[in-house]
Every structure is written in C-alpha cells, then in structure tokens.
Design a protein around this ligand. Sequence first.
Ligand code: NAD
Ligand code: TYD
Length: 372
Amino acid sequence: MKQTKRRPVKKAVPSAGRRASGLKAAPSVLERALNGRTILVTGGAGFIGSNFIRMMLAEYPGLRVINLDKLTYAGNLENLADVSCDPRHKFIHGDIRDAALVAGCFERVQGVVHFAAETHVDRSIVDAGEFVLTDVFGTYILLEALRKAPGVEFFVHISTDEVYGSREKGFFRETDSLNPSSPYAASKVGADRMVQAYHTTYGAPTIILRPSNNYGPYQHPEKFIPLFTTHALEGRTLPLYGKGRNVRDWLHVEDNCRAIECLIRRGRLGEVYNVGANDERTNIEVARRIVKLTGASKDLIKFVPDRLGHDTRYAVNINKIKALRWKRKVDFEEGLEATVRWYMDNRAWWTRIKEKNAAFKSFYESYYKDRK
Ligand code: NAD
Ligand code: TYD
C-alpha cells in the first residue's frame, strides 16, 4: 500500500466526514468559495458536463476550469463552442484512466466534479465492458489521485438515481439500499460505493449526487427525448419500448447543474444527495407531447420490443438537497418546449451526429433492427 497524505478515518461513519479522522468537524453548511479557484471537470464535453461548465463560467468570473475528456462517441467539443476561446477554460484531451495525467491535473486544482462515464443503458445491455472500465475503474483512478492530493478540497461525484433500481410507489431516500437493474446502473453503483469507501477509509473530501433523468440542450441523440425529437423532425418512426408505461422523473439540466453548484458551495463532505424534479411522466405521455411540439404525426409512435430489464419507475426523495436551499426552477412543460425548440434551431448539431458519427450509426442500425 502506498503512503498517502490524507489521514485514514478510524471507523466507518459515513456521514461524519473528517470528524471521524480526528480533524475539525465540517460545519453542517459550509460555504465554499469558487471565485479565484480552479476546478477539474471530467467528461465536460458531454451533455451535463458542457452545460455545467457554461453555467459556472458565466456565474463565476474568477473561476477557472480544466476539462478532461476522452471525446468518446458521446463527447463533442461543439457542445462548448461558445466558451472555446475563454481563457478560463482549458480543455485536455485524455482518459480518466491515465493515472499520470490525472495526478498532474489534481495538482493544479482545488476541486473536482466527476461526470465522465459511459452512460447509455441500451449500450450497456449489448456490451458492459467499457462501463466497468470507465465508470468503475476510471473512478478508482481519480480517487487514488484524490487521496494523494491534499490541495483538493472537494470531489463531487455524479452518480444517478438508477443505483436504487425501480419502485412502483414511494420515493428512495439516500440511505436506502442499492439494487441496480442494468449493467450501466451496476457500474454506477460500483463507482458510487468506491467514492463512499474512499471517504470512509481515507477521509477523502467527497460528495455524491444522485440525479434523476436529465433533459435539455446538447443531449446526445441516442437518449429518449433527443432521439424522439430529432426523429419526429425527420419524420422517422419513434420506437417506444414495451407499452410506453415506464415512468421517469425529468429534471432540466440547468436545475441539475444548479444542484451541483449548491453541493460544491454548501454540501456536506461524506454525504449523498438525491436530486430530481418530482414531476413524473410516462414515456407515452412524453412521446405524445414531443409529437405535438414538433408538429409531427402521432402515427410515428410505434410500440417496439421492450428493453431487457427495463426499470418501471425511478423516484427519489429530495428533502435533503432542498434543506441546502436547492429548488427546481424549470417546469417540465416549459422545459420540454424550450428543449424541442433548441433541437429545431440546432439541426446542424444533431444532424452531424446522426449522419456522421459511426458509433451512433452502427449501434442504432443493429440495436433498432427489430425496433423500427
Ligand atoms: P454523456 O454520455 O453525454 O457524456 C459523457 C462524457 O464523458 C463524454 O464527453 C465522454 O467523452 C466522456 N468520457 C467517457 N469516458 C471517458 C474517459 N474514460 N475519460 C474521459 N472522459 C470520458 O453523459 P451525461 O448524460 O452528460 O452524464 C454525465 C454524468 O451524469 C454521468 O456520470 C452519468 O452517469 C450521470 N447522470 C446522467 C443522467 C442523464 O440523464 N444524462 C442522469 C443521472 C446521472
Ligand atoms: P433513456 O433516455 O435511455 O434514459 P434511462 O434509460 O437512463 O432512463 O430512456 C428513458 C426512457 O425512455 C426509458 O424508460 C427507456 C425509454 N426509451 C424508449 O422507449 N425508446 C428509446 O428508443 C429510448 C432510447 C428510450
């Protein structure tokens, strides 16, 4: 075992933070400053990461961001075109599994927000290998760097509500047991629990966020809302899995980014926080709404063979993050309308992905072969 600079905690007290290591107890609400700081964002060329970087640079003139992204099929520098010339944003093309590169990044920053992951459930059903390698092993590499970097004051890990699995009624609390269904969700559980273990064992300054389904601008067209919106605009069939009765709690990406900002500033180290909109919709409701907003024919909606292990419903209790003064701002009806408008106005962005991205095209052709 290598020497580390962080002091290990004596026993497992997940919520006690650095108190357990004999260090001064973290106040229940700690206001961390952001201006004048540099943060590392992993996966910042993806959907949520790029929205987060844009929002943070706009809100904190004194903040610098290092964005480490491998640019997999899901990463896209066009998502950050408007901040590409901003000297406060430095992009590094690299893999979170590259320990030397990661260690160098950690030396230069005071905080980390970790988004990088393989994220598409359907892809994980076809082949889970990259999910284990990036989501679990990649997170482990970051955590090893974290415990050797005393200058890093916080590490916000973006987990998911999918770690809890599905439930018909009620809402999961942060203390509920984890019961993932898909290989994607299982890989996120691996990462989530490694993060907590590094807090418990080494006193690493971690905070975990478990958000519900996000939607908004720059979401990859492989995901439900952008796939259906762009297909509807192209007059293509909208492949609705099963009976379309599965329920998701759609959270606008800006509200999620504000939740991350809230945790950086006021979240308690060592804690887990759920976030969601508590505004549930069945998939068929969302599909009908998209058809209406795009002016497409409702006949485009086609029921197709279900996703394997398809979770019926995700739902999280959000009282804990609300106590930190986070509140959803975007109503789903308005947020969906604005999102559909964004896809209408940014046709070139998604056409390039759908027509030129070989990884997207080949996956779509084979996965949806019997679903078109
Ligand atoms: P995304 O797929 O749009 O982006 C992922 C980004 O990570 C891409 O830019 C990709 O290039 C990068 N990446 C992948 N592997 C990498 C590696 N090995 N090294 C460096 N970069 C790598 O994902 P997203 O929707 O923006 O999700 C971001 C995070 O939020 C993920 O951890 C995801 O599990 C979580 N999350 C997403 C949602 C959602 O609805 N989108 C909901 C809850 C949680
Ligand atoms: P998705 O955007 O993949 O997110 P997640 O699986 O992480 O919730 O899917 C959202 C819902 O939409 C989910 O219940 C599956 C469904 N869905 C379809 O019905 N058809 C599709 O082509 C896709 C991609 C998703």
